[in-house]
Design a protein around this ligand. Structure first.
Ligand code: BES
Ligand code: MN
Ligand code: MN
Length: 454
């Protein structure tokens, strides 16, 4: 198996670079044709690697790619999920090389989607090819690769609910998360949920001269800034009443275990170019970014933002606000609490609207299952070091739904690094990580089959 990977490694990389050249940005409709091309590309690669029943399923949005290889009904089945859509590459001018013209520099692949998640999906395609070519596929496998993860996976939810038999499996395996460092393998055992909304503050019925009316009429930008600022107190706790009511607190033992995760505050600050950290009082940086809920403005606009200046008192101001959720908060509950609170703090002189966008529930993987142990054994063998469980701060909304609709647990065996700049300019993915993934995935199949027998 190792020699097959060695012999074919350059081709594996060239193919991935070809895929990364297709700008599969799901959020922006002008890329819809490219999103489809990226789906067709990967469907062809699944076929070429030996998958059966490869199909591109239409949805109300971007298509879903499915394929499978059922070798023996008595063997366990692994359902591999991933996404071929990517985040918008803006701002383009901050990239050192164009986002959709991948380059390999310093042993890293630079391109939008290189790590999140095309590079990690491609590890699975090539691991599958390797297992097929070396006659060592140890489990049945199904692949479901979607094109709308970065916009909330709404259509995938419908697809999953409508195709339960087709998707039946023993476990879901996803590579769309990170390890602590290349010499510190780890497995994410948690994802945060999400509640995402847009707010609109309206003052006067039109933009006004800021000299003629300024000082006498509410300015929606000033009001919105103050409303957002009031959502945190001086300890950086969120001030929405009942926001924390259902938050699962970790035990002292669990928190002590988390504090063992290697972490350098100096490196963290240096990597981000910040002179200090800022977060909820009473929690460590790792905790703030994984087991604690958050509230952040993701965008804010209104008034005049063109060149030079325009003396104007705007009629409207807007913001996009996201909240990361942890067990046992739910999107529905938090969206309602936010909406009620935000409307209640609107001062006289403006009107406020809140519009929910999308969401997803938090998820925790049990570590006492053979599905998790197989990942531990696979990484132990390929990294020569036992992986540590970590809690991730990001969200993959479909994971909680997999459990609800299919009754399946998910194992998050990702190979990226937090410093890979996913969603940022200069996103990259290490060649080490790409090949380590291709090497580790067949081991997962092997150990999952072995442990399932017992
Ligand atoms: N792969 C990420 C999620 C992730 C990143 C989990 C790092 C753990 C560690 C995924 O593609 C992502 O970006 N998800 C979005 C979800 C949203 C658009 C619904 C997120 O977390 O913002
Ligand atoms: Mn992802
Ligand atoms: Mn992402």
């Amino acid at each position: 198996m190792k020699s097959y990977i060695q012999t074919n490694k350059d081709r594996f990389l060239t193919e991935l670079l070809d895929w990364l050249r297709i700008p599969s940005v799901s959020a922006d409709n002008k890329f819809a044709g490219d999103v489809r091309k990226a789906a067709e590309f990967i469907a062809e690669k699944f076929k070429a690697a030996g998958a059966d029943d490869v199909e591109i399923s239409e949805t109300a949005g971007h298509p879903i790619v499915f394929g499978q290889k059922i070798i023996d009904k008595s063997l366990p089945t692994i359902l591999v999920y991933g996404h071929y859509d990517v985040q918008p590459a803006d701002p383009y001018e901050l990239w050192d090389s164009p986002p959709f013209e991948p380059v390999v520099k310093d042993e890293k692949i630079f391109a939008r989607g290189s790590c999140d998640d095309k590079g990690q999906v491609y590890m699975h395609v090539k691991a599958f090819e390797t297992m097929m070519a070396t006659n060592s596929l140890a489990c049945n496998v199904k692949f479901m690769i979607e094109g709308e993860e970065e916009v909330g996976s709404n259509n995938l939810g419908i697809f999953v609910a409508a195709n339960k038999a087709k998707l039946s499996a023993d476990v879901i395996l996803i590579s769309d998360t990170a390890i602590v460092a290349n010499d510190i393998p780890s497995i994410d055992v948690g994802l945060r949920g999400l509640s995402y909304l847009e707010v609109e503050v309206t003052g006067s019925n039109r933009d006004l001269h800021s000299g003629v009316y300024g000082g006498a009429v509410a300015n929606p930008i000033n009001v919105l800034a103050k409303m957002i600022a009031s959502l945190h107190d001086e300890n950086n706790h969120i001030t929405i009443p009942h926001f924390y009511d259902n938050v699962a607190e970790l035990s002292t033992i669990e928190r002590a275990a988390m504090a063992e995760t290697p972490f350098s505050l100096e490196e963290y600050k240096k990597d981000l170019g910040i002179n200090d950290i800022r977060g909820e009082a009473g929690y460590s940086t790792i905790e703030r970014a994984s087991i604690r809920p958050t509230l952040d403005a993701n965008g804010i606009w209104g008034g005049y933002i063109g060149e030079g200046s325009k003396t104007v008192l705007p009629s409207k101001a807007f913001a996009k606000i996201s909240m990361r959720l942890v067990p046992n908060q739910t999107t529905a509950e938090i969206t309602e609490l936010f909406t009620n609170h935000f409307l209640s703090i609107a001062p006289a002189g403006v009107s406020v609207q809140v519009r929910p966008h999308h969401g997803g529930e938090p998820y925790v993987t049990p570590t006492d299952s053979i599905a998790y142990q197989a990942a531990e054994m696979a990484m132990q063998e390929s990294f020569n070091k036992k992986p540590v469980p970590t809690r991730g701060g990001g969200s993959i909304p479909i994971v909680a739904l997999f459990e609800k609709e299919l009754g399946l647990k998910t194992v998050l065996m990702g190979f990226g690094l937090d410093t890979d700049a996913i969603h940022s300019p200069n996103e990259h993915f290490g060649l080490f990580n790409f090949y380590k993934g291709i090497e580790t995935i067949p081991l997962y199949f092997k150990y999952f089959a072995e442990l399932s027998k017992k």
